[in-house]
Design a protein around this ligand. Structure first.
Ligand code: CA
Length: 742
């Protein structure tokens, strides 16, 4: 049957639109219906100040800060739910969040009230034991801002402090809300240049009368920084840039002058440089430091970003700054000369432990690059750096120099190469949990390889064209799908693992394989349990000593968010948000042998689920989603049009709608477009017909002809996959644009 397709192609015959199936082309998300603020009660809570968060261990019933305490170890002393009782764990309440896009928040729970965020940076205050909504706040993010976000309209949570709730919006505003009513106390714009694609998805952190917030946008070309604001007034206290700007304009501080020495070329600042702090910011009361987890370079390719080499500080680094002044203290760079999107934004935990016979105050991080770092908080020296997952980019970290030793066998400068980890990392933002007593980190790890190749245009011309409003990576994106699919045989098999990892010895105590790589964050407890939700929709409790599954609950939805636990009126609860997507949008529907995630089998129901011992509520089993691809109709197009369509699709559309036009479930699968959507295709892509849902106009980067070619490409992919589903074709011919006419 391959011949049939080739024959079609030889006739330059492709297929067009269909008539009867109706498939929504916008993400299902009731943004337009939500008023700015709805209040149905009062979220009365006790005063939360530095002292109370410092003493968080003494009130384990509350989850007072993003990582539970300032140390952010996400390990709870609660043990009513334990190895013996967990079999009785059941659902108490669930709340439908009205979205089928990813939910990533860690709730704050204090005095029976739960504060968390949903899509579009909406904030909720909810009764933690009944699920009743007390107030909601919608910052009314302009829909078109979604195009500036690499990884969808997600948000990872709020901070609660001194009677206020602090939250940031996708379009870069920071809010102080009255914790009882949700009313806005103050609002500031944190973005220094609104013409660049800055976004915020991270949770603010608070300490010492300041609220700390960073941003995202490295893929689009921004310059990273973190700002501290006065919690009461919103006045700016300090700002720390993570990469240097144009030296001709002078440096903001001596740290930037030092950093500039590690960059080369004549105009790196035009590209922005990257280094965004989009996830982890940790306050350290022991040293009065704030630690910034700094992201990848912009563009990804170091040869383009900084021709002639250089470490490019402070990319992929952990930077310690003074909490009061924002002045630089020390840094540790996990990935000098980042060439792979290896962020160091992953969660950081603080601990004090004996290492080599000495008590040390340490910082723990498992960043994307696959090494688990134990860093001395006193001076930033690396004490351990064992690999916690499959790593090929480097052979090891030299503890004498503190630097990784790169593996020349997978240098992709001249020839593309498979590398582990890929850009999703060996561990991403999905939080780990640290069990100090056992000396273990429970880490959601992944082995997800990537085929890195230099951008063809740049290889030919030596000139890199930076385009605002698009992904700027310096990677060959136009043929990325084909590069990957053509090299399937040599591709290391992707997979996910929940690992219990001894970060001092480098030993893996146990490892639970998961047949999909993109899974949720982790919570461990004194009850001897490790909780995690996974891509297949199972929310599970594992024995923390063996990794044995002791309990599981089918949520029918893929999960990314970390579970938390809290106690109200003497009863312990566990909660988790469901709904996947985020940074894996690009992955779309997984290719075999990876198992299809729950969000594709059923749907991607955004829900808050809360459990306790004896909970009796049940979740309705959702209908299996209709994945039928409508019939397509034939029209004549040229191979050149299809090739251009594929190239433009991969550059502009794949990041949300998935590789080879297969969606990952959160955003519309374009192969299933209805006739009406086909008819409106140009209006949607060029005129912003669905901008309020996040599908902004691409008129600034695409011509009408290019949009038409993309449309042809999507139809062609739909035709092919339909033929495979009907048994008329053995397998999809992803490479068919290269087929010679016979
Ligand atoms: Ca990145």
């Amino acid at each position: 049957m391959k011949i049939l397709l080739k024959k079609h192609l030889n006739l330059l015959t492709i297929i067009i639109g269909t008539l009867f199936l109706v498939v929504s082309c916008s993400g299902n998300d009731d943004k337009a219906d939500t008023s700015v603020k709805e209040v149905t009660g009062s979220a009365s809570i006790g005063l939360i100040d530095d002292e109370r968060i410092l003493q968080a261990e003494s009130e384990p019933g509350n989850w007072l800060a993003h990582g539970r305490t300032y140390e952010e170890r996400r390990f709870s002393p609660l043990k009513q739910i334990n190895k013996e009782t967990v079999s009785e764990l059941g659902l108490v309440w669930s709340k439908d969040m009205g979205t089928n896009r990813a939910l990533e928040a860690t709730p704050i729970v204090v005095d029976g009230i739960m504060f968390f965020t949903s899509t579009w940076s909406r904030v909720y205050a909810v009764n933690a034991i009944s699920g009743e909504t007390i107030w909601t706040f919608d910052p009314q993010v302009p829909g078109e801002w979604a195009r500036k976000a690499c990884c969808d309209i997600v948000n990872r949570g709020v901070a609660v402090y001194n009677g206020k709730v602090y939250s940031a919006s996708l379009d870069g505003r920071l809010f102080s809300l009255n914790a009882e009513t949700g009313e806005v106390v103050w609002e500031v714009d944190t973005i220094i240049d609104r013409t660049r694609s800055y976004t915020i998805t991270g949770a603010p952190r608070v300490a010492k009368g300041k609220v700390y917030i960073g941003n995202g946008g490295a893929e689009y070309g921004v310059r990273g920084y973190v700002t501290a604001y006065d919690t009461e007034t919103g006045d700016q206290a300090w700002r720390f840039f993570t990469v240097p700007g144009n030296p001709d304009l002078g440096f903001e501080d001596p740290a930037m002058e030092m950093a500039a020495d590690t960059w080369n070329g004549t105009d790196w600042w035009e590209f922005g440089g990257g280094g965004t702090v989009w996830n982890s910011i940790v306050y350290d009361p022991d040293f009065n430091n704030v630690y910034l987890g700094v992201g990848n370079g912009s563009p990804w390719s170091r040869d383009i970003r900084s021709p002639g080499g250089g470490d490019n500080l402070f990319l992929s680094s952990i930077v310690a700054v003074d909490a009061d002044t924002g002045l630089y203290k020390w840094h540790y760079q996990t990935t000098p000369e980042d060439n792979w999107d290896y962020t160091a934004v992953q969660d950081m935990a603080l601990a004090e432990m004996e290492i080599d016979g000495q008590m040390k105050k340490v910082l723990l991080q498992a960043p994307k690059n696959g090494f688990f770092y134990v860093i001395d908080r006193e001076d930033g020296k690396v004490l351990r750096a064992h690999p916690f997952a499959a790593v090929t980019w480097a052979t090891h970290v030299d503890l004498e120099t503190g630097r990784p030793v790169e593996n020349p066998a997978v240098d992709w400068t001249d020839n593309g190469a498979w590398v582990l980890p890929g850009p999703l990392g060996a561990h991403n933002w999905q939080a780990m949990s640290i069990d100090l007593e056992a000396g273990l980190a429970y880490i959601p790890t992944q082995e997800n390889p990537f085929f890195y190749a230099m951008q063809e245009d740049y290889k030919k011309t030596g000139i890199y064209k930076w385009t605002p409003g698009k992904w700027n990576m310096g990677i060959e994106m136009s043929s990325l799908a084909q590069n990957i699919l053509n090299n399937l045989d040599s591709q290391p098999t992707p997979g996910g693992f929940l690992k219990a990892f001894d970060f001092l010895t480098g030993e893996t105590k146990w490892s639970v394989p998961i047949p999909h790589y993109w899974n949720g964050g982790v919570l461990a407890t004194e009850g001897g349990l490790v909780f995690q939700g996974n891509a297949l929709g199972m929310f599970s409790a594992f024995d923390k000593d063996t990794g044995e599954t002791l309990w599981e609950f089918n949520t029918y939805t893929s999960m990314l968010a970390p579970p938390i636990t809290f106690e109200v009126n003497g009863e312990q609860y566990v909660s988790i948000l469901t709904g996947s997507g985020g940074g894996d949008l690009f992955g779309g529907e997984p290719l075999p042998p990876i198992e299809i995630q729950a969000s594709l089998i059923y749907n991607n129901f955004g829900r808050m689920l809360v459990f306790k011992i004896g909970g009796k509520e049940s979740l309705p089993i959702p209908n299996v989603r209709d994945n039928t691809i409508p019939e397509q109709k034939m029209v004549q197009v040229s191979v050149e049009q299809l090739q251009d369509g594929e190239s433009k699709y991969n550059q502009n559309c794949a990041v949300c709608h998935g590789f080879v036009a297969k969606s990952g479930g959160a955003l519309p699968d374009l192969r299933k477009m209805s006739a009406g959507v086909h008819d409106a295709f140009n209006q949607i892509v060029l005129e912003g017909l669905l901008a309020s849902n996040g599908m902004a106009s691409f008129a600034d980067v695409l011509t009408e002809q290019e949009v038409e070619n993309i449309h042809h490409y999507v139809r062609a992919r739909a035709y092919e996959d339909r033929e495979v589903a009907l048994g008329n074709m053995e397998e999809p011919q992803y490479t068919w644009f290269g087929v010679e006419e016979e």
